[in-house]
Design a protein around this ligand. Structure first.
Ligand code: NAD
Length: 476
């Protein structure tokens, strides 16, 4: 797999590329070598982008034009799939085939957004039914919120950016994207793709540089009408507090649970669970972290899950045979190592993995855990899964719910009654029956409850967040 030549990237503001004197290096997470540099935005750049975004709103951008641009951008992404997969392997450390998958999903997200651009509609409101309003008629329409700031995390930098840009543009907004410092290149290539798709200038801006600085300047600028954020609960809360009365959509963390009931297909459940615990080195917000296995099938499940985990290859993400690449930074791998060591000192047993080599952490299964260990209670965001037993349906539902988070959960069972009970009682944004917490396709509503956030993604649902309902009443 050939490397992409080192490039210097500018900021994308008002349809123009602007290189600044101050540049940040972007590092290959596996080798540590520099793969490119990006410009560092100043406050003036942020204000210029916001002003241009606001100005662009005054120019017409009809739904069919939005459809055409988004459709072309989806095709443009697929035309650059291999190049983007290499960038994802380098700047994220994502295995190359997972990267290809992310590009294909990002194209899907834009295509679905394109389709939704043609379906945004209001409804007739029977105001004439109110006494004294016999001569009136009314309808609602959905109007864009205006200028949207989109702030994205490092782990899925392309598709999560598309989950914000796609619906925002489909709904007629202007967007300012602030990608994560450590993975900015995919976002800049995405801007090139939109430029080639002839997106009108001012509708999309990409600002690279430090999160707290750019985030702060965006929050200070009252011409930004909405913040859509995916990342850690700490930063999400800060944005919520500083945004004041403006709209905020937050996609935050999780310590995702999956239940394996005694009547499930255990071999299949163990295989899928092992795969979904270690994707992207476990750095996925719906990565399986807590596994609750019915005590009657525990041994069978654990044996199979260990077999699958042991077959996973850790190494250079550009090697086609590798399943698990490096973590985003060595300090994160060290943090995971410390959490595992802490669990072991409190009685946990390492069934497989439990070793760190630099930035790599082996896929790790822990047993004999208890619910108050960090590896269960907090978000690990690494390739570590804690497997434990349960006896009754009531007990396991209570333990899954005993969490600050509530993004998604999984349940393997052939009991319709248990599945229906879990759908009623498990406190999450999404419950996957006969799959893990890690299932997601891009058209579905996606978002959490509790500390996992508020507001939904999935183009159709994000468009609801990114538009206002306006009622028009006629006095005839
Ligand atoms: P992070 O919160 O550290 O950073 C996310 C983004 O916020 C980055 O662009 C960063 O530069 C920016 N940022 C940092 N400080 C800021 C500030 N003060 N003001 C404004 N912006 C600021 O998160 P991360 O480490 O990149 O990503 C990991 C987290 O993201 C995990 O908690 C994970 O669960 C979560 N995540 C959630 C979802 C979801 O859909 N719910 C998806 C992916 C990741």
């Amino acid at each position: 797999m050939s490397a992409i030549a080192t490039r210097n990237y500018g900021l994308f503001i008002d349809g123009q590329w602007k290189e600044t004197n101050n540049q940040d290096e972007v590092i290959d997470k596996c080798t540590g070598s520099v793969i490119g540099t990006v410009s560092v935005s100043t406050k003036e750049d942020v204000d210029l982008a916001v002003e241009s975004a606001k100005k662009a709103l005054r120019k017409s951008f009809h739904p069919y034009e939005r459809y055409t641009v988004l459709k072309k951008a989806a095709e443009g992404l697929m035309a650059r799939q291999e190049e983007l997969a290499v960038i994802l392997a380098e700047e994220v450390g994502k295995p190359i085939d997972e990267g290809r998958g992310e590009v294909a999903r990002a194209a899907q997200t834009l295509e679905i957004s394109a389709e939704e651009a043609k379906r945004i509609h209001g409804e007739g409101i029977p105001v004439e039914a109110a006494p004294g309003s016999e001569n009136r008629q009314a309808y609602t329409k959905r109007v864009p919120v205006g200028v949207i700031a989109a702030i994205t995390p490092f782990n899925v930098p392309l598709n999560l950016a598309c989950h914000k840009i796609g619906p925002a543009l489909a709904a007629g907004n202007s967007v300012i994207l602030k990608p994560a410092e450590v993975t900015p290149i995919t976002a800049l290539v995405l801007a090139e793709v939109f430029e080639a798709a002839q997106l009108p200038p001012g509708r999309l801006h990409v600002l690279t540089g430090e999160g707290p600085a750019i985030g702060g300047w965006l929050l200070d600028n009252q011409d930004v009408n909405m913040f859509t954020f995916t990342g850690s609960p700490r930063v999400g809360q800060l944005i919520r507090e500083k945004a004041g009365l403006r709209k905020v959509a937050l996609e935050l963390g999780n310590n995702s649970a999956t239940i394996i009931h005694r009547d499930a297909n255990i071999s299949e459940a163990a295989t899928v669970t092992a795969q979904k615990s270690f994707n992207n080195a476990g750095q996925v917000c719906i990565s399986v972290q807590r596994v609750y296995v019915h005590e009657e099938v525990y041994e069978e499940f654990l044996t199979k899950m260990k077999e699958v985990a042991n077959s996973l290859v850790v190494g250079d993400p550009k090697d086609e045979s590798v399943n698990i690449g490096p973590m985003i930074a060595e300090k994160e791998a060290i943090r995971v190592e410390q959490w595992v060591n802490e669990a072991v000192s409190s009685g946990a047993v390492i069934e497989t993995g439990g070793r760190r080599e630099g930035v790599f952490y082996q896929p790790t299964i822990l047993t004999h855990v208890h619910d108050d260990m960090k590896v269960c209670r907090q978000e690990v965001f690494g390739p570590v899964v804690a497997v434990t037993t349960y006896q009754t349906e009531e007990e396991v539902i209570a333990r899954v719910n005993d969490s600050e988070y509530g993004l998604q959960a999984g349940l393997f069972t052939n009991s319709l009654a248990f599945a229906m009970k879990a759908a009623d009682e498990i406190e999450v944004g999404g419950l996957m029956i006969n799959d893990t917490s890690g299932y997601r396709v891009d058209q579905m509503p996606y978002g959490g409850v509790k500390k996992s956030g508020s507001g939904k993604e999935g183009p159709k649902y994000a468009i609801q967040e990114m538009t206002e309902e306006r009622i028009v009443v006629f006095n005839i």
